[in-house]
Design a protein around this ligand. Structure first.
Ligand SMILES: NC(=O)C1=CN([C@@H]2O[C@H](COP(=O)(O)OP(=O)(O)OC[C@H]3O[C@@H](n4cnc5c(N)ncnc54)[C@H](OP(=O)(O)O)[C@@H]3O)[C@@H](O)[C@H]2O)C=CC1
Ligand SMILES: CC(=O)N[C@@H](CCC(=O)OP(=O)(O)O)C(=O)O
Length: 352
C-alpha cells in the first residue's frame, strides 16, 4: 500500500538515538505510508539524523533534526502516532502525555506489558508509574492479538526474549499438547539487547569470544512470558528461563523444551504450529528437525521456528531465531503499527 505524501501517517520516534530507536529510524524513513515528523534525543537535539547516523545520508527525510523529548513539541509536529524507544519508567510518563494529546502510542519498553501492577513491582523493583493505564494497553504480539491491536490506543510491544519463547510455545500450550509445568527456555542474545548504555560488563573485551548465562533464576522477562502462557493455558504457568549473552551484535537463538503430554502424537506439534501460523507472514516454520539460525533473520522481521521430539526423554524441543532489534523490538512494533492503522501487515517490512 502506498498512501502518497499527502496521506502518509505522521509519526514520531521518542528515544530515536538508542539501538531500537535507530532500527525504527531505518524502517520508518523507508516506510511507504509514513512521514517521519519527529525524532527525539536529549543528547543529539539540534543535529540532523544524518549527521548523527551517516548511514542515512542519502535517504529522504534524514535531514530532520533531533528534538528534545517534549510532548508539546512532539504533538506540534502533527504526529498521529509515536513509537517510544525509552527506558522503563520514563516511557510511561511520556506515553500518558502523548495519549492526552491524541496520539496513538506504540511503546517498546516494559511499562505496559503486564496486567498486574504488583507483578511489575515484583520484577522491576519499583512501583508502576501509572497503574491506572494498564487495563487500556494491548500486549502487541501481532500473531496473537491482531484484533485487539486494531482497536488500541496504547500498544505494549513485547520484549525480545518473550517473543522468541512465546511464538513457538503458545499454540502448543493453548492446545494442551505439552505439560506447561515442565517448560525450560534457554536463550542466547546479542549484546545490542542490553541497549546503548555505559556498562563495563558490556565492553568488547568483556563479551568478545565468550558466552555467559545471566539474570538467573528470575529474569524480568519471566513476568510477561508467564502472563501470556497462563492466559493461553487458562491456569497459572511458571517456567524456567535462562538467558545467555553471546558475542554478536544482534540476534536471539532460543531452545525451549517441555514434556509431551501422555497420549499425544508428536506430529500434533508440527500440525498445531502450521495451523496457528498459516496466515502469519513473518513466522517461518522450518518443520520437524529444523534448527533455526540467527544469520537467516538478522535485520528482518522474521522469526524462524523448528521443532523435534526426543523419544528417549519424551521432551519436545522448539528452536527459534529472531533479531532482538527486529522481530524482538523495532520491526515487530512497526508490524503492530501497520495493523493499528489498517495497513498491510508487511508494509515497509520486506527484507531491508
Ligand atoms: N535493545 C533491545 O534489543 C530491546 C530493547 N527493548 C526496549 O526498548 C527500549 C529502548 O531500548 P534501547 O533502544 O535498547 O535503549 P537505548 O539505551 O539504546 O536507548 C534509549 C533511548 O532513550 C533516550 N532516553 C534515555 N533516557 C531518557 C529520558 N530520561 N528521557 C527521554 N529520553 C531518554 C536515549 O536518548 P537520549 O539519552 O539522547 O535522550 C535513547 O534514544 C527499552 O525500554 C528497552 O527495554 C525492547 C526490546 C528489545
Ligand atoms: C542482552 C540483554 O541484556 N538483553 C536485555 C533484554 C532486552 C529487552 O528486550 O528487554 P526489555 O524490552 O524488556 O528491556 C536484558 O536481558 O535485560
Amino acid at each position: 500500500m502506498d498512501l502518497g505524501i499527502m496521506e502518509r501517517i505522521k509519526t514520531a520516534i521518542v528515544g530515536a538515538s538508542g539501538y531500537t530507536g535507530q532500527e525504527l529510524l531505518r524502517l520508518l524513513l523507508l516506510h511507504p505510508d509514513v512521514e517521519l515528523v519527529a525524532a527525539t534525543s536529549r543528547q543529539e537535539a539540534g543535529k540532523a539524523l544524518s549527521e548523527v547516523f551517516p548511514r542515512f545520508l542519502s535517504l529522504p527525510g534524514a535531514e530532520l533534526p533531533f528534538i528534545e523529548p517534549d510532548p508539546d513539541a512532539i504533538a506540534a509536529t502533527g504526529a498521529s502516532a509515536a513509537f517510544l524507544a525509552l527506558p522503563h519508567g520514563v516511557a510511561a510518563e511520556i506515553a500518558q502525555a502523548l495519549l492526552k494529546r491524541g496520539l496513538k502510542v506504540i511503546d517498546l519498553s516494559a511499562d505496559f506489558r503486564l496486567r498486574d501492577a504488583a507483578v511489575y513491582k515484583e520484577f522491576y523493583g519499583h512501583d508502576h508509574p501509572a497503574p491506572e493505564m494498564l487495563d487500556d494497553a494491548v500486549y502487541g504480539l501481532p500473531e496473537i492479538r491482531a484484533k485487539e491491536i486494531r482497536e488500541a490506543h496504547l500498544i505494549a510491544s513485547p520484549g525480545c526474549y518473550p517473543t522468541s519463547i512465546l511464538l513457538p510455545l503458545l499454540p502448543l500450550v493453548k492446545d494442551g499438547l505439552i505439560d506447561a509445568a515442565t517448560i525450560v527456555a534457554n536463550s542466547m542474545s546479542g549484546v545490542s539487547g542490553a541497549g546503548k548504555k555505559a556498562d563495563v560488563s558490556l565492553l568488547f573485551c568483556e563479551c568478545n569470544e565468550s558466552a555467559r548465562a545471566y539474570g538467573v533464576p528470575k529474569h524480568r522477562h519471566l513476568s510477561e512470558i508467564e502472563q501470556e502462557l497462563s492466559i493461553a493455558a487458562g491456569e497459572k504457568v511458571v517456567i524456567t528461563f535462562i538467558p545467555h549473552l553471546i558475542p554478536v551484535n544482534s540476534g536471539i537463538a532460543t531452545t525451549t523444551t517441555a514434556m509431551l503430554r501422555k497420549g499425544v502424537d508428536p506430529d500434533a506439534i508440527g500440525e498445531a504450529l502450521e495451523a496457528a501460523y498459516a496466515d502469519a507472514p513473518f513466522v517461518r516454520l522450518l518443520g520437524k528437525g529444523g534448527c533455526a539460525d540467527t544469520k537467516n533473520v538478522t535485520r528482518t522481521n522474521f522469526i524462524d521456528i523448528g521443532w523435534t521430539y526426543d523419544e528417549r526423554t519424551g521432551r519436545v524441543l522448539l528452536m527459534s531465531a529472531e533479531d532482538n532489534l527486529g522481530k524482538g523490538a523495532g520491526s515487530q512494533a512497526v508490524q503492530a503499527f501497520n495493523i493499528l492503522f489498517g495497513l498491510t501487515q508487511t508494509d515497509g517490512l520486506h527484507f531491508a
